[in-house]
Design a protein around this ligand. Structure first.
Ligand SMILES: Nc1nc2c(ncn2[C@@H]2O[C@H](COP(=O)(O)OP(=O)(O)O)[C@@H](O)[C@H]2O)c(=O)[nH]1
Ligand SMILES: [Mg+2]
Length: 319
C-alpha cells in the first residue's frame, strides 16, 4: 500500500493517480484517511459550488457548461457527482457522464462519482472529504452535483461555498418547491429550461414563495437560463462571480472549518457511541433487541451511555 506521505507528495506534484487513490481511501474510510485529510485540509484553495435540484432539471447539462466556462480561464475543475446508490440513479449517473464527456479527455477536469460506501459520515461526509482532496489538489471550482431536494441533498449542498438550486417547469410543484424550506437552500435559484412552456408561471411561483422567507435570511437571486441553448448563462456566471467576490478568504475558511468540525464531531459521536454500546449492552444489535422486546426505550439507552461516558471521564480525571 502506498504510504500517506507518498500520496500527499504525489498530489502536490499533480499526480491524477494519487488524487484518485486519496479519494478512494477517504471514501472507504480507510484507517489513514484522517492523516491524509489532516495534511490536505490546510492546503485547500479556491471555492466549491453545490448544485442541487430534482432529477432531470438539467444540472449535469449546466455543470458541463460550467466546466467549459472555467476552462476558458484555465482553472482546473473538479466535479463530484453524488450518487445515493439507489438503483434508480444508475441511469442518471450514466447520463451525467455522457453529458460531461466532452471534458473527459481534458487532464484539468476531474470527474468523480460518489457513493456512500463505507464512510461513517454517509454521503455528506464522503462528499466533504472528497471535496477537501480535490480542493487541496488545486481544483477550483470543485462542483458538487447532487440529485434531489431532500434533507440529505440540502446537507450536501450546504457544504459548498455557493449553492445553486435548479428548478424547471413541469416537474411538479409538489416535488420541487412546495417542500418547506427548499427555497432557502440556494444562494441562487436557477430556473432552467427557459425555452419551455411554463417558465413564466414557475418564475412567478418561485418569487411568490420567496416572499414567505424569514426576513433575516438573504433572499436568493432568481435567474432564468437554458442550459441547452446557453440563454441566460452570462447572467448566471455574473451572479456566481459576485458571490465568490463577496466572500472573503477568511470567511470561506472559517465557514468550511466549522462545518467540517461539526461533521467530524457527529462521526466521532457515532464511533464513541458504538464503543459504549459494546461495553454496556454487548453491542448495538443487543441494544436494539432490548428496545424491540419493550425492556428499554432508546432514550434510556442514550441516557445510560452518556452516564457511562461521564463516569469514564471522571475516573480518568481523578487518576
Ligand atoms: N429543453 C431543454 N432541455 C434541457 C435543458 N437543460 C437540460 N435539458 C435536458 O433535460 C434532460 C436532463 O438533463 P440533465 O442535465 O441530465 O439533468 P439532471 O438530472 O438534473 O442532471 C436532458 O435531456 C437535457 O438535454 C434546457 O435548458 N432546455
Ligand atoms: Mg445529473
Amino acid at each position: 500500500m502506498t504510504s500517506t506521505a507518498d500520496i500527499i507528495r504525489d498530489i502536490g506534484e499533480g499526480s491524477i493517480r494519487a488524487i484518485a487513490r486519496a479519494l478512494s481511501r477517504v471514501e472507504n474510510g480507510s484507517p489513514d484517511s484522517a492523516d491524509i485529510l489532516d495534511v490536505l485540509f490546510g492546503k485547500q484553495q479556491g471555492f466549491t459550488l453545490g448544485i442541487t435540484g430534482p432529477p432531470g432539471a438539467g444540472k449535469s447539462t449546466l455543470v458541463n457548461r460550467m466546466i467549459t466556462r472555467y476552462r476558458t480561464t484555465d482553472n482546473s475543475v473538479g466535479v463530484i457527482a453524488v450518487d445515493p446508490s439507489s438503483p434508480f440513479t444508475g441511469g442518471a449517473l450514466l447520463g451525467d457522464r455522457i453529458r460531461m464527456q466532452s471534458h473527459a479527455s481534458d487532464p484539468k477536469v476531474f470527474i468523480r462519482s460518489m457513493g456512500s460506501r463505507g464512510h461513517l459520515g454517509g454521503l455528506s461526509g464522503a462528499t466533504r472529504d472528497a471535496s477537501c482532496v480535490l480542493s487541496a489538489a488545486g481544483y477550483s471550482p470543485v462542483i458538487i452535483e447532487t440529485v434531489g431536494v431532500g434533507q440529505a441533498e440540502v446537507e450536501i449542498a450546504d457544504l459548498a461555498h455557493i449553492t445553486l438550486l435548479v428548478l424547471v417547469p413541469g416537474l411538479g410543484d409538489d416535488v420541487q418547491s412546495m417542500k418547506a424550506g427548499i427555497m432557502e437552500i440556494g444562494d441562487i435559484i436557477v430556473l432552467n429550461k427557459a425555452d419551455r412552456n411554463g417558465i413564466d408561471q414557475l418564475e412567478s411561483y418561485v418569487k411568490a414563495s420567496l416572499e414567505f422567507m424569514p426576513a433575516d435570511l438573504k433572499k436568493p437571486e432568481v435567474i432564468r437560463i437554458s442550459a441547452v441553448s446557453g440563454e441566460g448563462l452570462e447572467d448566471l456566471w455574473g451572479a456566481i462571480d459576485r458571490l465568490v467576490a463577496a466572500q472573503t478568504g477568511e470567511e470561506k475558511t472559517a465557514r468550511s472549518a466549522v462545518k467540517t468540525l461539526n461533521g467530524i464531531l457527529t462521526e466521532n459521536g457515532i464511533i464513541i457511541s458504538e464503543k459504549l454500546l459494546e461495553i454496556e449492552y454487548n453491542g448495538r444489535k443487543a441494544a436494539e433487541e432490548l428496545i424491540l422486546a419493550g425492556q428499554l426505550s432508546p432514550y434510556a439507552i442514550g441516557k445510560k451511555l452518556l452516564e457511562r461516558a461521564e463516569g469514564m471521564f471522571k475516573h480518568n480525571g481523578s487518576k
